[in-house]
Write a protein that binds this ligand. Structure first.
Ligand SMILES: [Zn+2]
Length: 241
């Protein structure tokens, strides 16, 4: 969020803000899954926007936190996986993006059960009338983004309410790291045209062009190795004869 423009758009435009919240929720999951020490940094941009919204709405008695608290390290992965489990109910049923059975097994393993697992799955949010009166815009939401639980719950609420068609746009990147079987990471395939309409067409298979390239390189190496193996066998057979 480097530019003033971005900040203002995030404050004034509900869709921009909500899309970023869902993106950040997926980024939190990816970071926690990858063992990042500060996964809640995914939401670092959000409190300043909420504080500005509260101030513009004239709710000066609302105390907003200016940072999202990091969960305890041992809790991050559990929170991420519980989020994915809930998310699986929101996604279109034909999309098998989340391995629900595997997550359930993981959550039930004794070593993954936290003794004190108060996950604040509660949505504390206030909706204001549009900040620019006269414009036909939906109400502006101010979720209480003081901890990652409330941030993720807000993202889930957006996905459940199906605002902006977000649930249909969650994807799993096909690139699975160098080894090819690292944990899945997720992204939001949310592209709009100049008129603000959601772009149609083939869903993106990769979170970035960098991952698309690496995946293609891996595929090329796999095919190349397979070809060499079969050539090697043929040569071997000839030699034995
Ligand atoms: Zn990716």
């Amino acid at each position: 969020m480097e530019t003033k423009q971005d900040f203002t758009t995030l404050v004034e435009d509900s869709r921009t803000f909500d899309v970023e919240c869902v993106r950040s929720a997926l980024e939190f999951v990816n970071r926690a899954t990858a063992g990042d020490a500060e996964p809640a940094q995914a939401f670092a941009w959000a409190p300043a926007i909420c504080i500005e919204r509260v101030s513009r709405a004239g709710m000066f008695d609302w105390a907003m936190s200016d940072r999202v608290k990091e969960p305890k390290p041992e809790l991050s992965l559990r929170i991420a996986r519980q989020f994915l489990l809930t998310l699986s109910y929101v996604l279109p049923p034909d999309q098998k993006l989340i391995d629900v059975a595997e997550i359930r097994r993981w959550l039930q393993r004794p070593e993954n059960v936290t003794r004190y697992s108060k996950l604040p799955w509660q949505l504390d949010r206030c909706d204001f009338l549009p900040l620019e009166p006269g414009k036909r815009k939906p109400a502006i939401s101010v979720p209480m983004m003081s901890d990652v639980g409330s941030c993720l719950t807000y993202a889930l609420a957006l996905l459940f309410e199906s605002d902006w068609g977000l649930a249909e746009r969650v994807r799993a990147c096909r690139y699975r790291g160098r080894s090819g079987d690292e944990p899945v990471h997720y992204f939001l395939d949310y592209r709009t045209d100049d008129a603000g309409q959601l772009k149609r067409g083939t869903p993106l298979a990769f979170c970035s062009s960098e991952h698309a390239n690496r995946y293609r390189q891996q595929e090329w190496r796999r095919r190349h190795a397979a070809k060499n193996r079969s050539l090697g066998k043929q040569v071997g057979r000839r030699v034995r004869r």
